[in-house]
Design a protein around this ligand. Structure first.
Ligand code: ADP
Ligand code: MG
Length: 251
Protein backbone atom coordinates (compact mmCIF):
# COMPACT_ATOMS: atom_id res chain seq x y z
CA UNK A 1 0.00 0.00 0.00
CA UNK A 2 2.77 2.41 0.96
CA UNK A 3 6.35 2.21 -0.32
CA UNK A 4 8.80 4.74 1.11
CA UNK A 5 12.26 4.91 -0.37
CA UNK A 6 15.35 6.83 0.74
CA UNK A 7 13.45 9.46 2.69
CA UNK A 8 15.64 12.35 3.89
CA UNK A 9 14.76 15.57 5.75
CA UNK A 10 17.29 18.24 6.52
CA UNK A 11 16.58 21.39 8.51
CA UNK A 12 19.47 23.67 7.55
CA UNK A 13 22.59 21.65 8.33
CA UNK A 14 20.76 19.22 10.63
CA UNK A 15 19.58 15.87 9.27
CA UNK A 16 16.39 14.87 11.10
CA UNK A 17 15.60 11.84 8.89
CA UNK A 18 18.40 10.07 7.07
CA UNK A 19 17.72 7.70 4.18
CA UNK A 20 14.77 5.80 5.65
CA UNK A 21 12.97 3.16 3.55
CA UNK A 22 10.01 1.00 4.53
CA UNK A 23 6.79 -0.56 3.28
CA UNK A 24 3.33 -0.90 4.75
CA UNK A 25 0.96 -3.65 3.65
CA UNK A 26 -2.76 -3.11 3.38
CA UNK A 27 -4.48 -4.04 6.66
CA UNK A 28 -1.45 -4.05 8.91
CA UNK A 29 -0.57 -1.97 11.95
CA UNK A 30 3.05 -0.82 11.77
CA UNK A 31 4.53 0.57 14.98
CA UNK A 32 7.13 3.31 14.54
CA UNK A 33 9.10 3.81 17.73
CA UNK A 34 12.25 5.63 18.81
CA UNK A 35 13.45 8.03 21.51
CA UNK A 36 12.32 11.67 21.56
CA UNK A 37 13.81 13.58 18.64
CA UNK A 38 14.57 10.48 16.56
CA UNK A 39 12.54 11.74 13.58
CA UNK A 40 9.16 10.00 13.98
CA UNK A 41 6.93 13.07 13.66
CA UNK A 42 9.15 14.39 10.86
CA UNK A 43 8.40 11.22 8.88
CA UNK A 44 4.66 11.77 9.47
CA UNK A 45 5.01 15.41 8.41
CA UNK A 46 6.51 14.30 5.10
CA UNK A 47 3.94 11.53 4.57
CA UNK A 48 1.10 13.99 5.18
CA UNK A 49 2.58 16.90 3.21
CA UNK A 50 3.22 19.30 6.09
CA UNK A 51 6.61 19.79 4.45
CA UNK A 52 8.30 18.19 1.44
CA UNK A 53 11.12 15.64 1.84
CA UNK A 54 14.64 16.83 1.06
CA UNK A 55 14.99 13.59 -0.92
CA UNK A 56 13.23 10.29 -1.38
CA UNK A 57 9.97 8.93 -2.69
CA UNK A 58 6.59 8.15 -1.08
CA UNK A 59 4.38 5.89 -3.19
CA UNK A 60 0.83 5.33 -1.98
CA UNK A 61 -1.20 2.80 -3.95
CA UNK A 62 1.26 3.24 -6.80
CA UNK A 63 1.14 7.05 -6.93
CA UNK A 64 3.98 9.37 -5.97
CA UNK A 65 2.95 11.70 -3.13
CA UNK A 66 6.27 13.24 -2.07
CA UNK A 67 5.98 17.02 -1.96
CA UNK A 68 2.21 17.22 -2.60
CA UNK A 69 0.17 19.66 -0.50
CA UNK A 70 -1.61 18.29 2.60
CA UNK A 71 -5.11 18.60 1.10
CA UNK A 72 -4.07 16.55 -1.94
CA UNK A 73 -2.60 13.85 0.28
CA UNK A 74 -5.57 13.65 2.64
CA UNK A 75 -7.96 13.53 -0.31
CA UNK A 76 -6.03 10.54 -1.64
CA UNK A 77 -6.74 8.63 1.59
CA UNK A 78 -4.01 9.30 4.15
CA UNK A 79 -5.38 10.72 7.40
CA UNK A 80 -3.30 11.82 10.37
CA UNK A 81 -3.56 12.83 14.00
CA UNK A 82 -1.30 15.42 15.59
CA UNK A 83 0.88 14.75 18.61
CA UNK A 84 -0.33 18.03 20.14
CA UNK A 85 -4.12 18.35 19.73
CA UNK A 86 -5.23 21.78 18.55
CA UNK A 87 -8.99 21.63 18.03
CA UNK A 88 -11.09 24.69 17.11
CA UNK A 89 -12.20 25.54 20.63
CA UNK A 90 -15.16 27.70 19.60
CA UNK A 91 -16.64 24.90 17.51
CA UNK A 92 -18.38 21.95 19.14
CA UNK A 93 -16.83 18.48 19.19
CA UNK A 94 -19.21 17.47 16.41
CA UNK A 95 -18.38 20.53 14.31
CA UNK A 96 -14.64 19.84 14.62
CA UNK A 97 -15.11 16.31 13.29
CA UNK A 98 -17.56 17.44 10.57
CA UNK A 99 -15.13 20.12 9.38
CA UNK A 100 -12.42 17.46 8.99
CA UNK A 101 -14.90 15.34 7.01
CA UNK A 102 -15.97 18.27 4.83
CA UNK A 103 -12.48 19.16 3.62
CA UNK A 104 -10.72 15.85 4.17
CA UNK A 105 -12.95 13.73 1.96
CA UNK A 106 -12.58 16.21 -0.87
CA UNK A 107 -16.29 16.04 -1.71
CA UNK A 108 -17.26 19.23 0.15
CA UNK A 109 -20.61 17.65 0.91
CA UNK A 110 -22.14 18.76 4.19
CA UNK A 111 -24.49 15.81 4.67
CA UNK A 112 -21.72 13.29 3.99
CA UNK A 113 -19.33 15.14 6.29
CA UNK A 114 -21.85 15.19 9.15
CA UNK A 115 -22.62 11.52 8.71
CA UNK A 116 -18.89 10.69 8.76
CA UNK A 117 -18.44 12.86 11.86
CA UNK A 118 -21.22 11.04 13.72
CA UNK A 119 -19.75 7.64 12.85
CA UNK A 120 -16.21 8.69 13.78
CA UNK A 121 -17.26 10.14 17.14
CA UNK A 122 -19.26 7.01 17.99
CA UNK A 123 -16.26 4.87 17.04
CA UNK A 124 -13.94 6.65 19.48
CA UNK A 125 -16.57 6.98 22.21
CA UNK A 126 -17.13 10.75 22.17
CA UNK A 127 -20.58 12.41 22.40
CA UNK A 128 -22.30 12.64 19.00
CA UNK A 129 -24.71 15.38 20.09
CA UNK A 130 -24.05 18.50 18.05
CA UNK A 131 -23.50 20.93 20.87
CA UNK A 132 -21.07 19.12 23.20
CA UNK A 133 -18.14 21.45 23.82
CA UNK A 134 -14.44 20.85 23.30
CA UNK A 135 -13.80 22.68 26.61
CA UNK A 136 -14.77 19.74 28.81
CA UNK A 137 -12.33 17.30 27.18
CA UNK A 138 -9.26 16.16 29.15
CA UNK A 139 -6.06 14.73 27.64
CA UNK A 140 -7.68 11.41 26.75
CA UNK A 141 -10.73 13.13 25.24
CA UNK A 142 -8.58 15.44 23.10
CA UNK A 143 -6.64 12.43 21.77
CA UNK A 144 -9.96 10.78 20.89
CA UNK A 145 -11.06 13.92 19.06
CA UNK A 146 -7.80 13.88 17.05
CA UNK A 147 -8.62 10.31 16.07
CA UNK A 148 -12.26 11.16 15.24
CA UNK A 149 -11.14 14.07 13.01
CA UNK A 150 -8.75 11.79 11.13
CA UNK A 151 -11.42 9.07 10.78
CA UNK A 152 -14.00 11.56 9.52
CA UNK A 153 -11.76 12.22 6.51
CA UNK A 154 -12.34 8.61 5.43
CA UNK A 155 -8.71 7.43 5.39
CA UNK A 156 -7.43 4.15 3.95
CA UNK A 157 -4.18 4.73 5.82
CA UNK A 158 -4.17 6.34 9.27
CA UNK A 159 -1.06 7.98 10.72
CA UNK A 160 -1.48 8.08 14.51
CA UNK A 161 1.12 10.23 16.29
CA UNK A 162 1.88 9.60 19.99
CA UNK A 163 -1.66 8.77 20.97
CA UNK A 164 -0.56 7.73 24.48
CA UNK A 165 1.23 10.88 25.64
CA UNK A 166 -0.37 12.29 28.80
CA UNK A 167 -2.58 9.25 29.40
CA UNK A 168 -2.67 7.05 32.51
CA UNK A 169 -2.23 3.30 32.28
CA UNK A 170 -5.85 2.27 31.75
CA UNK A 171 -6.34 5.10 29.22
CA UNK A 172 -3.26 3.81 27.38
CA UNK A 173 -4.74 0.31 27.18
CA UNK A 174 -8.02 1.74 25.90
CA UNK A 175 -6.23 3.81 23.25
CA UNK A 176 -4.29 0.76 22.06
CA UNK A 177 -7.48 -1.34 21.85
CA UNK A 178 -9.13 1.52 19.95
CA UNK A 179 -6.48 1.47 17.23
CA UNK A 180 -6.84 -2.27 16.86
CA UNK A 181 -10.63 -1.92 16.62
CA UNK A 182 -10.24 0.74 13.90
CA UNK A 183 -8.11 -1.67 11.89
CA UNK A 184 -10.29 -4.75 12.58
CA UNK A 185 -13.73 -3.16 12.11
CA UNK A 186 -13.06 -0.41 9.57
CA UNK A 187 -10.24 -2.16 7.70
CA UNK A 188 -8.02 0.91 8.00
CA UNK A 189 -4.26 0.38 7.71
CA UNK A 190 -2.33 2.14 10.49
CA UNK A 191 1.13 3.51 11.19
CA UNK A 192 1.34 4.16 14.90
CA UNK A 193 4.12 6.40 16.22
CA UNK A 194 4.96 6.18 19.90
CA UNK A 195 8.01 6.79 22.00
CA UNK A 196 6.89 4.38 24.74
CA UNK A 197 7.20 0.74 23.66
CA UNK A 198 4.92 -0.98 26.23
CA UNK A 199 1.32 -1.38 25.03
CA UNK A 200 2.24 -0.69 21.42
CA UNK A 201 4.10 -3.99 21.18
CA UNK A 202 0.91 -5.85 22.14
CA UNK A 203 -1.12 -4.43 19.25
CA UNK A 204 1.17 -3.91 16.25
CA UNK A 205 1.95 -6.52 13.58
CA UNK A 206 5.41 -5.13 12.88
CA UNK A 207 7.72 -2.54 14.40
CA UNK A 208 10.32 -0.20 12.96
CA UNK A 209 12.76 1.60 15.25
CA UNK A 210 14.38 4.97 14.60
CA UNK A 211 17.37 6.49 16.34
CA UNK A 212 18.88 9.85 15.35
CA UNK A 213 16.88 9.83 12.12
CA UNK A 214 18.03 6.37 11.00
CA UNK A 215 16.22 3.05 10.91
CA UNK A 216 18.09 0.77 13.31
CA UNK A 217 15.72 -2.20 13.49
CA UNK A 218 12.57 -3.65 11.94
CA UNK A 219 10.58 -6.86 12.40
CA UNK A 220 8.05 -8.65 14.57
CA UNK A 221 7.58 -7.11 18.03
CA UNK A 222 9.24 -10.12 19.66
CA UNK A 223 12.29 -9.85 17.36
CA UNK A 224 12.68 -6.10 17.78
CA UNK A 225 12.31 -6.23 21.58
CA UNK A 226 15.27 -8.63 21.67
CA UNK A 227 17.47 -6.66 19.24
CA UNK A 228 20.66 -5.52 21.04
CA UNK A 229 20.67 -2.16 19.18
CA UNK A 230 17.13 -1.45 20.33
CA UNK A 231 17.88 -2.49 23.90
CA UNK A 232 20.91 -0.19 23.88
CA UNK A 233 18.89 2.78 22.63
CA UNK A 234 16.08 2.26 25.13
CA UNK A 235 17.95 0.93 28.16
CA UNK A 236 20.87 3.23 27.34
CA UNK A 237 18.73 6.27 28.04
CA UNK A 238 17.37 4.58 31.19
CA UNK A 239 20.91 3.82 32.33
CA UNK A 240 21.86 7.47 31.85
CA UNK A 241 18.93 8.73 33.85
CA UNK A 242 19.57 6.13 36.56
CA UNK A 243 23.19 7.29 36.81
CA UNK A 244 22.12 10.92 36.84
CA UNK A 245 19.63 10.24 39.61
CA UNK A 246 22.29 8.38 41.64
CA UNK A 247 24.76 11.25 41.16
CA UNK A 248 22.07 13.72 42.25
CA UNK A 249 21.48 11.72 45.46
CA UNK A 250 25.17 11.63 46.33
CA UNK A 251 25.34 15.44 46.31
N1 ADP B 1 10.44 22.19 11.60
C1 ADP B 1 11.62 21.86 12.18
N2 ADP B 1 12.67 22.69 12.10
C2 ADP B 1 13.88 22.36 12.65
N3 ADP B 1 14.12 21.20 13.30
C3 ADP B 1 13.09 20.34 13.41
C4 ADP B 1 11.79 20.61 12.86
N4 ADP B 1 10.97 19.55 13.12
C5 ADP B 1 11.73 18.68 13.82
N5 ADP B 1 12.98 19.14 13.99
C6 ADP B 1 14.07 18.42 14.67
O1 ADP B 1 14.20 17.14 14.07
C7 ADP B 1 14.45 16.15 15.06
C8 ADP B 1 13.38 15.08 14.99
O2 ADP B 1 12.17 15.64 15.49
P1 ADP B 1 10.82 14.82 15.53
O3 ADP B 1 10.60 14.20 14.23
O4 ADP B 1 9.77 15.74 16.04
O5 ADP B 1 11.16 13.69 16.62
P2 ADP B 1 10.20 12.62 17.32
O6 ADP B 1 8.82 12.79 16.79
O7 ADP B 1 10.83 11.31 17.01
O8 ADP B 1 10.29 12.93 18.79
C9 ADP B 1 14.53 16.87 16.38
O9 ADP B 1 15.88 17.14 16.67
C10 ADP B 1 13.77 18.16 16.12
O10 ADP B 1 14.23 19.19 16.95
MG1 MG C 1 7.05 13.29 17.75
Amino acid sequence: MLVVNGLVKRFGGFTAVNNVSFKVDQGEILGLIGPNGSGKSTIFNMLSGTFPPTAGSIQFEGRELAGLAPHRIINSGIGRTFQIPRPFKRLSIFENAALAGYYGQGSHNRAKAEEAAGRALAMVGLPTDRNALVDGLGAAGLKKLELAKALATGPKLLLADESLGGLDESEMDQAADMLRKIRDELGITIIWVEHIMGVLMRVVDRVMVLDHGEKISEGLPSQVAGDPRVIEVYLGTDAHSTQAAAAEQRR
